[in-house]
Ligand binder design. Structure first.
Ligand SMILES: [Cu+2]
Length: 126
C-alpha cells in the first residue's frame, strides 16, 4: 500500500514531462490558429453585411433598334460586365431593359450610354 502511494507521488512529479509539454504546445498553437481563422471569418461576414447595406437602385430603359433576341442578349452581356451594374435583364419582346445598379458607382446616364454605344436608341422609361 505504501509503495503504491509513493508511486502515485512519483507519477505526479513527472506529469509535465517533455512529451506532455510538446502536446500542450501543439494544442495551444492549434487553439491560437483556430481563433485567428475564426476572426478572419468574422471579418469577412462583416464585409458582406456592409455590402448588403448598399442601396442599389433599379431603372427601366426603353430600347429601340433591337432586331432579334440576339440583340437583347448582346446588350445584356455588355450591361452585366459594366462596373456598377449589379444585374440586367433585357427583353427583345418588351423592347426594354431592367437594370439594377449601384448609384455610387454608375449613373443612369452612363447606363444609357452603354446601350447607345452598341448602336441602339435608349431612354429611361418614365
Ligand atoms: Cu439582333
Amino acid at each position: 500500500m505504501i509503495e503504491q502511494e509513493q508511486d502515485k507521488k512519483e507519477a505526479g512529479k513527472h506529469r509535465f514531462n517533455p512529451i506532455t509539454l510538446i502536446i500542450m504546445a501543439v494544442f495551444a498553437l492549434t487553439a491560437i490558429a483556430g481563433t485567428s481563422a475564426f476572426m478572419v471569418r468574422a471579418e469577412r461576414a462583416d464585409n458582406s453585411v456592409t455590402s448588403a447595406v448598399v442601396n442599389n437602385e433599379r431603372v427601366v430603359i426603353v430600347i429601340e433598334g433591337m432586331h432579334c433576341s440576339g440583340c437583347a442578349s448582346g446588350i445584356k452581356a455588355m450591361l452585366k460586365r459594366t462596373p456598377g451594374i449589379v444585374s440586367a435583364e433585357v427583353s427583345y419582346e418588351n423592347k426594354q431593359a431592367n437594370v439594377e445598379y449601384n448609384p455610387a458607382d454608375i449613373s443612369r446616364e452612363k447606363i444609357l450610354e452603354v446601350i447607345t454605344n452598341l448602336g441602339y436608341k435608349a431612354s429611361i422609361k418614365g
